[in-house]
Design a protein around this ligand. Structure first.
Ligand code: NAD
Length: 245
């Protein structure tokens, strides 16, 4: 087990000499805000239903009220959560670099609520809505949580999140790859590195010469390609990194 002080120093050295930084986050960054990760979730979130019924176009077409209610329940749970010290430290990092982008797989809005300005949400945002047929962006508030309302075009309204089998938002993905192509360092926080394309972000950045720093209490498939892996929770490790930069 490497000395944690040496590991932290190496990580702050990498970030300290970078001018262009990408932070890539997954469900683990929000775990200490009380939002279960994908791995924790079966106990609580997905327990009663098959994800294919809740997070696919086919599932929504078959039972829109069930999907609507499930997301409404998640939205209530997420809106009670607060950004943690990890989200806040990432927001504070933004002022330190000439070029800084956060790319998140999370749909929970906690990076924005923590103050991050340049944010790419590749899986959408649970607090935004669009219509099922035409993708019209729609604002609905207050609304009925039992069944989906309709768009002006007549289509049912759905959450603006990326479901299994759907394409990722084109502009977000372009911005993400543009940042990955020229960053000097990528800080990867709280992702299992198993869901694509986010799982490939580190190797794209590395191919263009970037160094990789990982924050995750567990080893991941990304760990072997990282210069440094901090084996700690995000709300502890990211503020320590910030303090050292
Ligand atoms: P994942 O659940 O597959 O992996 C979570 C990772 O976080 C694991 O490697 C785990 O070791 C690590 N982790 C757990 N606690 C941590 C902590 N306190 N600090 C740092 N790391 C911690 O999540 P993923 O890689 O993001 O991929 C799963 C998919 O699930 C994504 O597509 C994401 O959109 C979705 N998801 C999002 C949310 C959210 O919006 N908060 C929650 C659950 C799932």
């Amino acid at each position: 087990m490497p000395d944690p002080k040496i590991v932290l120093d190496r990580a702050t050295e990498i970030l300290g000499r970078a001018t262009s930084v990408v932070v890539s986050t997954g469900a683990g960054i929000s775990q200490e805000s009380g939002i279960p990760t994908f791995r924790d979730a079966p106990s609580a979130l997905w327990a009663k239903y098959d994800p294919g019924e809740l997070a696919t176009r086919e599932g929504f077409a078959k039972n829109p009220s069930l999907v609507w209610r499930w997301y409404a329940e998640r939205r209530v749970m997420i809106s009670r959560a607060e950004p943690n010290a990890g989200h806040r430290a990432i927001a504070d990092f933004e002022a330190l670099f000439d070029d800084f982008v956060v790319i998140t797989q999370n749909i929970d809005d906690l990076h924005r609520r923590a103050g991050t300005k340049r944010l790419v949400e590749i899986h959408g945002n649970i607090f935004r809505y669009k219509c099922f047929e035409m993708n019209h962006a729609v604002e609905i508030s207050p609304h009925d949580n039992r069944s989906p309302p309709r768009c002006h075009c007549g289509s049912l309204i759905r959450p603006d999140v990326v479901w299994f089998g759907e394409m990722l938002p084109e502009t977000g993905i372009e911005e993400a790859y543009e940042a990955l192509d020229h960053c000097d360092a990528i800080l990867v926080v709280g992702t299992s590195g198993t869901v694509h394309p986010a799982a490939g972000f580190s190797s794209v950045a590395k191919e263009h010469g970037a160094s990789i720093v990982e924050v995750n209490p567990e080893e991941t498939p990304l760990s072997p390609m990282c210069e440094v892996s901090l084996r700690d929770a995000a709300a502890t490790a990211v503020p320590m990194l910030l303090a050292g930069c």
